[in-house]
Design a protein around this ligand. Structure first.
Ligand SMILES: [Zn+2]
Ligand SMILES: [Zn+2]
Length: 564
């Protein structure tokens, strides 16, 4: 909403107010409507009466009038422009006012023909960046963050989980495999009354429209633009359907060819043995476990079903025993009000404790991150004193003195050695100079890895899912350096990041690099993002022993590079 106001040239004060609000809402632990119902929303800092009124309006009618009115004032494709990396409301307003551009397509044409250069603030380089950005937007069109998709299907799960007709209910597809982004959502349900199940699904979802309704499949399109499909199957077909619709395609192809080698056939309706006379007989399986077993395989968890060696490992009995949420003991990388976080150190501690964590590694921004209120040395010392005092009090959670220290463009760190030596844990991250070329960016990060005070490399590639690709960096080389120097890499659990990517996580493990599962929470409610990092860790084949913050507080400290 703030962005729309800015394009329309509304006064800066109103714009700022909406920006703050959307940040608060974006960081809530659960949906705003749910928190409104429980009375928690009013207690959030910075949420005033008019915001509460808007949430109420949204819960009741599914819309916010002020929002609809604003939207009506803007041409339809206008908001797509804001998805281009680095293309903010100011630029959108400039191209709209001066060149009448109001869609991605029009902007692309203008950039190609060099017309943008005529505008102040649009250099030739900007044009090239805009074209690259438009490509990215096109590539990401119709994709959703894992966390957003989970949120969208929540009403369906609620409506069906307690429904009398429901026998079994599971999420399937890429959502179940915990892909970082998904195109749509799939549910598989076995039901005693398919028609009632279909009705309950549609009613629960209140979709934009129902795109297909049959006896076994219902498809809806949600207002956010995501399709949700539900397959309704007889109870005895459930395991086969669940396996089939969980995918991935590649995994299913490999499974079918394995079945074939064993003179069997596999599809969404079953696993069949083929007799000498060619007659097919279903091998009855009551669960996915039994399907895998019938093919001579250990059970393959959904996260691993990408045909990346999981079938071979299952055959040899060498699948990893994947890390579980409850095995993560420390909440790592949280920001507080010392830098750009929303809550105090003790508030973050209490929230981490409530989630079952036994220690909290506070990691505010370092001084060069001025835009994020990075800490001057005197602030660092003030925070250390507070942490010492809290630990002396002993409130049931242990605090560690950490920092998210900027890696400066030349590869040096943001404090001198005397300060760095005083931290319990240093996470080093890149927050600037994203445009260095690959050799320079790689050398910069490896220089940080070599620094004896660096324990962890934060969000290694800097990607923002569906918004911008990571910077150019030789990940393999950085991981090799981490292995050599005993530096861990972070999986940043912010749903927009999930960086390091799970594909690289598997490689990190092969190289012997240990991993930290971090929330990068900027408020109490998002410490739960630790568990999004667990999802990516599982997808990257990680076990408890690969994860540093699955260690107890003392062992965690001892395992950090600085203490090795
Ligand atoms: Zn960061
Ligand atoms: Zn951070």
């Amino acid at each position: 909403m703030a962005e729309m106001l800015e394009i329309l040239g509304e006064n800066a004060f109103r714009v700022r107010a909406y920006e703050n609000l959307s940040r608060i809402f974006g960081n809530l632990e659960r949906g705003a409507p749910e928190m409104l119902a429980s009375g928690e929303l009013e207690k959030q800092k910075g949420v005033g009466e008019s915001s509460i009124a808007k949430v109420k309006e949204y819960t009741e009618s599914g819309k916010i009038r002020a929002h609809e009115e604003l939207k009506a004032k803007l041409p339809e494709g206008m908001l797509d422009l804001l998805k281009i990396p680095g293309f903010g409301p100011k630029k959108a307003r400039a191209v709209w006012e001066n060149l009448g551009i109001a869609s991605l397509h029009e902007l692309e044409e203008a950039a190609r023909s060099g017309r943008l250069e005529e505008l102040p603030g649009f250099a030739q380089k900007t044009e090239a960046n805009i074209l690259a950005g438009i490509e990215l937007v096109k590539k990401n069109k119709g994709r959703f963050l894992w966390a957003d998709a989970m949120h969208i299907i929540e009403p369906a799960l609620k409506a069906l989980a307690g429904h009398p007709a429901t026998v079994k209910l599971e999420i399937a597809g890429s959502l179940r495999r915990r892909k970082e982004t998904v195109k749509d959502a799939d549910l598989v349900v076995s039901s005693e009354n398919p028609a009632a199940t279909a009705d309950a699904f549609i009613e629960g979802m209140s979709p934009e429209r129902v795109t297909a309704r049959g006896d076994t499949k219902v498809s809806v399109l949600m207002p956010a633009g995501m399709a949700v499909d539900i397959r309704i199957v007889p109870a005895e077909d459930f395991p086969y359907a669940l396996h089939h619709f969980t995918g991935s395609k590649e995994h299913n192809v490999a499974m079918r060819s394995r079945a074939q080698k064993l003179n069997r056939k596999m599809n969404e309706y079953g696993l069949f043995s083929i007799g000498r006379d060619g007659e097919e007989k279903r091998v009855e399986c009551g669960s996915e476990q039994e399907i895998f077993k019938a093919l001579g395989l250990d059970y393959i968890p959904p996260e691993l079903r990408e045909d990346m060696g999981e079938i071979e490992a299952a055959e040899r009995g060498e699948l990893p025993s994947l890390i579980e949420d409850a095995e993560v003991l420390g909440a790592v990388h949280v920001h507080t009000e010392y830098s750009d976080g929303h809550d105090t150190v003790p508030e973050m501690g209490a929230a981490a404790k409530a989630l079952g964590f036994s220690y909290l590694v506070v990691c505010d921004h370092s001084r060069s991150a001025y835009y994020a209120g990075g800490l001057q040395v005197r602030d660092v010392k003030r925070q250390w004193r507070e942490i010492d005092a809290l630990n002396a009090e002993g409130g049931g959670i242990r605090f560690f003195k950490g920092i998210e220290c900027d890696i400066l463009p030349d590869g040096s760190l943001d404090y001198d050695e005397a300060v760095l030596a005083g931290f319990d844990c240093v996470i080093a991250s890149v927050h600037s100079a994203f445009t260095l070329d690959e050799p320079a960016q790689t050398a910069r990060i490896i220089a940080a890895v070599r620094n004896r005070y660096v324990d962890v490399i934060g969000h290694l590639t800097g990607r923002l899912l569906l918004q911008r690709d990571g910077y150019a960096v030789d990940v393999e080389a950085v991981l090799a350096a981490c292995a050599e120097h005993g530096v861990a890499v972070e999986i940043n659990g912010n749903p927009n990041r999930l960086d390091l990517d799970w594909r690289w996580v598997k490689r990190a493990k092969e190289l012997g690099v240990r991993v930290v599962l971090a929330s990068d929470a900027h408020m109490k409610g998002t410490i739960v993002h630790t568990f999004a990092a667990v999802g990516a860790a599982r997808k990257g084949w990680l076990e408890k022993k690969d994860v540093l913050n699955a260690l107890s507080a003392d062992s965690f400290l001892r395992a950090l590079r600085r203490n090795a």
